[in-house]
Design a protein around this ligand. Structure first.
Ligand code: 6R9
Length: 635
């Protein structure tokens, strides 16, 4: 991509206005300037949010891997594309150059073909954060197969339901994985899951941990010998702009996960363009996103966005606490990381530990810090800003979703002045709208409402795999001709957005709308509090009352809990008002979390409401054991 960046706020507004007034002209120019196409599009955009049907760059032909790999070879063949940092700090990091990535992706693509995978087939990828994970995505894309990555922390049941939903013919996995001190028997999980999956013909197995595993005759094959025999050249399949690139599952309000379908051209254009601007990416940067490729953040901002820019992207196999809580910062120093992108939950966990873990490393290479996945509370924001960024690196609080494919609301570093807890301004081309209870758009500033997007953007998901009706109902039916995000937001006097949390987390207390996120922010301000989650429970007089689950930084009986409860409510009163005081505060050692670090409020709501007969599926939780602990001590 060319070296052009947006340089200051006036320019942002100017470009933004153009992108909104003439979206087709704008996105046509971006697509022309920055990418290689086998055939130009006939039409930039056609859309109908009623059906809904959205098409970008219709008629264009391309292969995303030519954009992510081939075109960089001439000038940047020897540059590191993927920098792999293993779980064990004593194992050497691997620098995979663009030349080498080209060969490895092509070999893998040829293996897929030799195993009968064709354009349009679905391939399930269930791998830890090792290079083969990124390479297998690209190998699928090379031959036009649709990848469906399932995060390698999901259970056998979650895996098999995803494999069956999208009818995958193949699974790519490894014998096992390393996670801190532990090893995990991935192949065992796959074997169990596949008992429920009749249509999987082949399982390709990467040898990562050298463990003894069961190989099912005729179905399971070690990957390496197949790769060794495969050619390093593989002609890319020429894809239509709207051919599906991948499916990625996200949880919905019902039990069945939604397989969000992303297509080729628009996804490529938007992830590449946002990557470049949101992270202020420059040619010699070493960019690190700590997400797992099992989530959308990893797809868009470890693999496709960075590689489309010819960047060096770090893949980290380990965890922030191994061998100690300084690991992130050790890696930043070691590889001279320039952009660091992580989740608030990780920041809060590290902020609980001694400052020494951060202070002993040289973090001066950092120039942009990112946050994603949930609202970042003020305390975590400041900790990140002070101790990691040393107040020199802007924090980009990036709001977006699996469904949006790319970053939607975010500061541009060194361009947009930041305010803690504000995702600030819509990215170029994004037209947010706040809606009221009656389905009307709320205009003007200093308002809050439900966050919708009123005009298509290139990387939006096009459907839910096999269930277009559900796609329509979930995202396009709440408000006419608008994409509904499921989040609430406020727009302040300057037009900055602050995401207030899922609207299903809003609790009406005595007729007042209270967002859980700002109350949690207030509670977390208490010096003894590490983390909190607020839910509503039925109350005779108020309708709903508030129940707080609070994790303290230090446990032990020494704290006077009655006093602590008073102090917490005092802070809430100060920050929001007495109406937001918590009726009940339960101190707990943990909160039930999804594998991506989101608190499972559904469970907390049930416990608070003393309705524990049917807690639903807790098997996909990171820490299912805390549920019992919380139930035992419920107030
Ligand atoms: C990228 C990703 C999407 C939901 C989204 C919102 C929450 C993500 C956020 C944020 C506040 C941010 N969310 N980023 N809330 N500020 N910067 O996380 O996708 O896993 O699909 O989650 O996460 O509630 O609707 P996904």
């Amino acid at each position: 991509m060319s070296n052009y960046h947006i340089k200051h706020l006036e320019e942002y507004y100017k470009v933004y206005r153009k992108s909104v007034r003439e979206p087709k002209v704008f996105w046509e120019e971006i697509a022309e300037e920055h990418f290689v196409w086998r055939k130009r599009w006939d039409k930039v955009l056609s859309w109908d949010f009623k059906k809904p049907e959205i098409k970008w760059y219709e008629g264009a032909k391309l292969n995303i891997t030519e954009n992510c790999i081939d075109r960089h070879l001439r000038t940047n063949g020897n540059k590191t594309a993927i920098l792999f940092e293993p779980n064990n700090p004593d194992e050497e990091a691997q620098h995979i150059t663009y030349n080498r990535l080209y060969e490895r992706v092509n070999q893998f693509a040829n293996v897929l073909k030799s195993q009968g995978i064709k354009k349009g087939d679905r391939v399930c990828i269930y791998l830890p954060m090792i290079p083969e994970l990124a390479i297998s995505l690209l190998a699928c894309a090379r031959i036009g197969a649709i990848h469906s990555v399932v995060f390698a922390g999901f259970s056998a049941t979650a895996l098999s339901s995803r494999i069956n939903d999208s009818d995958c013919k193949m699974v790519i996995t490894s014998d096992g994985s390393y996670r801190g001190k532990k090893t995990i028997d991935l192949k065992g999980i796959v074997d169990e899951g596949l008992e429920e999956c009749a249509n999987v013909e082949t399982v390709l197995v990467v040898n990562r941990i050298n463990s003894e595993i069961n190989m099912k005759e005729g179905r399971d094959k070690w990957l390496q010998p197949l790769l060794d025999d495969a050619s390093k050249e593989c002609e890319p399949e020429i894809m239509d702009a709207e051919d599906p690139l991948f499916i990625l599952y996200t949880s919905g309000s019902t039990g069945q996960p939604k397989g969000m379908v992303h297509t080729t051209a628009g996804y490529m254009v938007y992830t590449a363009y946002t990557f470049k601007n949101v992270f202020n990416y420059r040619a010699n940067d070493v960019y690190w996103c700590t997400a797992d490729i099992g989530w959308i953040t990893g797809h868009s901002y470890i693999v496709y966005g960075p590689l489309a820019n010819g960047a060096t992207t770090v893949m980290f196999e380990g965890v922030p606490s191994y061998p100690d809580y300084g690991r992130f910062w050790e890696v930043v120093e070691k590889h001279k990381i320039t952009q660091f992108y992580t989740a608030p939950t990780a920041i809060r966990a590290l902020a609980k530990e001694k400052l020494d873990y951060v202070d002993k490393y040289d973090l001066s290479s950092l120039k942009v810090l990112g946050s994603v996945g949930e609202p970042i509370n003020e305390e975590a924001w400041h900790w990140y800003n002070d101790n990691v960024g040393h107040k020199k690196s802007p924090i980009v609080d990036t709001w977006w979703q699996t469904e949006t494919g790319g970053i939607m609301i975010s500061p541009l570093p060194y361009v947009t002045p930041t305010i803690p807890t504000y995702a600030t301004l819509p990215f170029i081309g994004i037209q947010p709208a706040l809606m009221d209870e009656n389905g009307e758009e709320i205009h003007g500033n200093q308002v809050d409402g439900r966050l919708c997007i009123k005009f298509p953007w290139p990387s939006m998901a096009r459907t839910i795999w096999g269930n277009h009706q559900r796609y329509k109902e979930t995202y396009f039916s709440a408000y006419e001709k608008k994409y509904f995000t499921g989040d609430g937001a406020l727009r302040d006097a300057t037009g900055y957005y602050r995401i207030t949390g899922r609207v299903d987390d809003v609790i009406i207390v005595s007729g007042h709308n209270l967002g859980t996120a700002p109350i949690e922010d207030a509670v977390n301000e208490h010096p003894a509090v590490a983390e909190s989650a607020i839910v509503g429970f039925p109350h005779d007089i108020k309708g709903n009352a508030l129940y707080g689950y609070v994790i303290l930084k230090e446990t032990g009986e020494s704290r006077d809990q009655t006093n602590l409860r008073k102090e917490i409510n005092q802070i809430i009163t100060e920050h929001i008002g007495p109406i937001a005081k918590l009726d009940k505060i339960q101190f707990t050692v943990g909160l039930p979390k999804t594998r991506s670090g989101k608190i499972m409020r559904r469970i907390l709501r049930k416990i608070a409401s003393k309705d524990t007969s049917n807690l639903g599926d807790t098997s996909t939780l990171l820490n299912p054991e805390v549920v019992q602990e919380i139930m035992d001590n419920a107030l």
